[in-house]
Design a binder for this molecule. Sequence first.
Ligand SMILES: *Cc1c(COP(=O)(O)O)cnc(C)c1O
Length: 381
Amino acid sequence: MKFNTKVIHGNQHHDPSTGAVMPPVYNTSTFAQKSPGVPINHYEYSRAANPTRQALEDALASIENGVRGLAFSSGLAATDSVLKLLKPGDEVISMDDLYGGTYRMFSRIYQDFGIKFHFVDMNDLEKFQSLINANTKLVWVETPTNPLMKLADIAAIAKITNERKLLFAVDNTFATAYLQKPLDLGADIVMHSATKYLGGHSDVIAGALVVKDAELGEKLHFAQFATGGTLGPQDSYMVLRGIKTLHLRVQRHCENGMKVAEFLSNHPEVEKVFYPGLPDHPFHAIAKKQMIGGFGGMVSFTFKSGKKADSISFLEKLKVFTLAESLGGVESLANHPALMTHASIPEEKRKEIGISDDLVRLSVGVEDIDDLLADIEQAFR
Ligand SMILES: *Cc1c(COP(=O)(O)O)cnc(C)c1O
């Protein structure tokens, strides 16, 4: 089955009792049993499993080419369950440019539990390999990254993690399964903030994991079941509904993203544009190799003046773009990383990574491109 069919039918079936084409929202915490310990139909208690969540989890496994999907109450809850596979003394090697909340969890929660983290440039494969030792258990990569659109070569990293028998997890939030298939490229775990493109309508907080090994899936399900970060039935339904149009939306996000990136590149007020689809992007070659059919809808840029005040006034004047955190919904959003999403990263560290005070991040939506470009132009003026 091809991807555009999978998003609609992959691992899905009509409701057996009524033929309902979409799964009912099973708003129930518990399920009747025939005899003590003998459920009527597999389900016992909704923290362990719920039919609406199951329908979403089966769809997630299908679109990422995995065998097991798990749906969580947020993207961070999904990441948290992966970290729960570890023990004190274990080491994690992670990309140095990470979603702020992931960095916060690693450095301010799990470090205190005795897990050691190395944050490195994953494009320096020699440095990465030199950090691997007997305690190394997990490698964590996000690609493309937020907000600087750095990339990591998933297949090249997977070759090393597979040889050294390390778990390899990829945060696939920005690319989505439409553009990038980490499991096919050799990763063990795909993680999503389903809040973003999978849900796609800025109306739900949700997370996901997908794996291609059933035993690993069982361990992750145990961590989720034992600690409780599950997604409720209504939210599961909404993410499932979002996935059905993922291909259509991401295709348009890519088209509009490319046009906005090109427009900004040629604009006299703009210094630098960060978009993996531009030929002068430092990771364009990797993007062409591992992203299929497009480069996504996330575009960041800086101002020729280098002035923070210019970026603030630009953001205040946008009308079609909404000034807000988050990304990946149908509506275009604009964000000032240094003052909003990445404010929790100390200024020194932000400078080191390259998140300057005049950096603007756009989540380009699926509106008419003419209106988006006109909005950007009037804000510059
Ligand atoms: C938003 C986001 C997360 C966290 O997901 P939540 O659903 O907000 O918990 C993780 N990674 C990336 C890349 C994100 O954009």
